[in-house]
Ligand binder design. Structure first.
Ligand code: CTP
Length: 407
């Protein structure tokens, strides 16, 4: 391992201090370290400490005459066997994903022909943001390797995924790549089977306004839909979750749009197209008051007001009949109390979707409970799934969707 060389790019984040320990560990393992310190990185660690531990000079400037004279940026990008980015900030990931080359670090990443290992570090919200998920997906597709991030307490006081992997874990990932082990080390996740796919999921109830303070709604918790959105994201999909009023936390990696009424839910779904799949889990109100009063209705001598209901648009049926904009796979749900299979098949035909996930809500513990026992009804037949926790049903359904899209 003594001949091996790492080009270490240190980005600007609180985790930059761990890059010093990583440098020490790499040196101890007999690996030469040539550091690039970004301007933001230099706000957290000094060039002097990095240089002392690396036993090499620190490169920082793209347009420095001395740097370019000693070693041009192209040569620098090729002078190592592996490029390690630690911490890989959201900004560095975005620059690398888009091929930007405005400073020495990003230019080096664009110019290198060597394997790249990134150790992301950022606030949990930034890590979960749809933009970062897209960049992660792009970088993975470009062959970039990742280690971490870990879950834990963050410098900003929040808790979640986004802490940079420990220097020892980054060292092990780097050594495995330097050894040319072929397969990436276990800490590096493979791209999921839904990478590059966009899925729209509806979840929760809708609330239909009667006046500015009153709504017609239902008791849907949104739990199953949120579980499905999370499971799809874990398989690498870009997920747009259109949610009615619920108190569920947004699953990691999911981009959420909050709506109230069925008509808003439909518009949000249509605006989110194109999509490879749509999964309609929402308990959409079938009807809404034909008039939403602009001011609060008052009690009066005429007694309670008569409310006339009109039918809401059917989101599942509308997306299934969206012509060229129709997602390749449209999945609906059905809660039935009897003749589950026959009713589900009739609903499949009536709404024009590809699968109906049907459950028998008369089974104890299903309605509002933690478990579900479902049938997957398609034109090809019926699959009966054993009773399982809702999270497991969600994971299995995400898997089934991936197989259908990749078939
Ligand atoms: N759905 C929808 N928009 C509506 C009503 C339902 O997208 N306005 C979707 C649900 O998200 C679910 C499926 O259609 O995927 C379930 O429909 P359901 O309400 O059970 O069916 P109905 O057509 O109302 O049939 P029935 O009341 O006879 O069971």
């Amino acid at each position: 391992m003594s001949e091996r060389r790492v080009l270490l790019i240190v980005g600007g984040g609180i985790a930059a201090y761990k890059a010093l320990e990583l440098t020490r560990l790499l040196r101890k393992a007999g690996v030469a370290v040539r550091p690039i310190l970004t301007r933001a990185g230099a706000e957290f660690v000094t060039p002097l400490s990095l240089s002392a531990l690396a036993e090499d000079r620190v490169y920082s400037e793209l347009f420095s005459l001395t740097d370019e004279a000693e070693m041009g940026h192209i040569q620098l990008s090729r002078s190592a066997d592996l490029v390690v980015v630690a911490p890989a900030t959201a900004d560095l990931m975005a620059k690398a994903a888009h091929g930007l080359a405005g400073d020495l670090a990003s230019t080096t990443l664009l110019a290198t022909d060597k394997p790249v290992l990134m150790a992301p570090a950022m606030n949990v919200r930034m890590w979960e943001h749809a933009a970062t998920r897209r960049n992660l997906e792009t970088l993975r597709a470009d062959g970039v390797h990742f280690v971490g991030p870990d879950e834990g307490a963050m410098a900003c006081g929040e808790w979640g995924e986004g802490r940079m992997a420990e220097p020892e874990a980054i060292l092990q990932a780097a050594l495995a790549l330097l050894a040319g082990a072929g397969a990436p080390p276990p800490a590096i996740a493979a791209p999921g089977p839904l990478a590059g796919r966009h899925v729209v999921v509806t979840a929760g109830p809708t609330a239909e306004a009667l006046d500015p303070v009153r709504v017609l709604t239902n008791r849907s918790s949104g739990r199953q839909g949120f579980e499905i959105a999370g499971a799809l994201a874990r398989l690498g999909a870009r997920v747009t979750l259109v949610a009615g009023p619920v108190s569920q936390p947004t699953p990691a990696g999911v981009s959420r749009i909050d709506v109230e009424s069925a008509r808003e839910m439909l518009s949000a779904c249509q605006a989110a197209l194109p999509a490879d799949a749509a999964v309609c889990v929402a308990a959409v109100a079938d009807w809404r008051p034909d008039e939403a009063f602009g001011v609060k209705l008052k009690k009066g001598k005429d007694g309670p007001p008569a409310i006339r209901l009109v039918e809401n648009p059917d989101i599942l049926a509308t997306l299934s009949a969206a012509g060229p904009a129709r997602p390749a796979l449209v999945v609906g749900f059905a809660a039935e109390t009897n003749d589950v299979e026959a009713h589900a098949l009739a609903k499949l035909k009536r709404k024009g979707c590809d699968f109906i996930v049907a459950n028998d809500v008369t089974q104890p513990g299903v309605m509002g409970g933690a478990e579900n026992a479902v049938l997957i009804v398609s034109r090809d037949g019926v699959e009966r799934w054993d009773r399982a926790p809702k999270a497991e049903v969600a994971a299995r359904l995400a898997d089934r969707i991936a197989r259908a899209l990749n078939a």
